[in-house]
Design a protein around this ligand. Structure first.
Ligand SMILES: [Zn+2]
Length: 203
């Protein structure tokens, strides 16, 4: 497998009931079962920071486990009561957090559609990068992201990868123009056809 060539952990020691062992586990109550017989074949990439543009606050982790203090910042008034989650969150320094088992359905995509299939949460795994749409991401985040993506593809039948902006166009803009899809594609050495057509120059 490609993963072993890159020195990533072997499949046998990487996963435990949908939890990636190299991640810090912070279980969220915001999840549900996937529909029966769902093939988990899509990776969805996001960006988030709370308050927006401020990093390392711990507020993203608090949001995903319903422990955010809505009165702590004016921005939080606009999202008061929001119940969301992601499978993964990668901080600016590349630390990997996991909130929902990949075997379960996290609440990251909302109303969405990809290649004619709606309800992307049903069949996707969500990865949030700490950041702000339009701004660049850190090298450590690409390294951790590539590691997470490879571990996921070793274990789940991933066929496609897309940004939130691609599965909810007009409604969402993350991860935005600051994310270099081509760099991730080269790090993973996955076929360009696995990425949104607009993001990768095909030779
Ligand atoms: Zn998003």
């Amino acid at each position: 497998m490609t993963a072993k060539q890159h020195g990533y952990p072997s499949q046998a020691t990487t996963w435990d009931a949908g939890w990636l062992q190299i991640a810090t586990h912070c279980p969220s109550p915001n999840y549900g079962p996937r529909p029966d017989n769902t093939e988990i074949d899509l990776l969805v990439l996001h960006s988030i920071s709370l308050p927006p543009g401020i990093y390392g606050t711990g507020d993203v982790q608090r949001l995903f486990v319903n422990q955010l203090d809505w009165d702590a910042h004016p921005y939080f008034q606009g999202i008061r009561g929001l119940k969301v989650s992601s499978h993964f969150f990668i901080t600016r320094s590349g630390a990997i957090w996991q909130f929902v088992s990949c075997d379960d359905r996290a609440w990251h995509a909302g109303a969405s559609s990809w290649q004619g299939r709606e309800r992307c949460n049903d069949y996707s795994i969500g990865i949030e990068l700490e950041g702000l749409e339009g701004l660049p991401f850190e090298a450590a985040q690409y390294t951790s992201l590539a590691q997470v993506c490879q571990c996921i593809r070793n274990h789940y039948p991933i066929r496609q990868m897309a940004g939130h902006e691609h599965i909810a166009p007009g409604r969402k803009q993350d991860p935005g123009s600051g994310f270099v899809w081509h760099q991730l594609q080269q790090m993973l050495n996955w076929p360009p056809a696995m990425f949104p057509p607009s993001t990768i120059q095909t030779p």
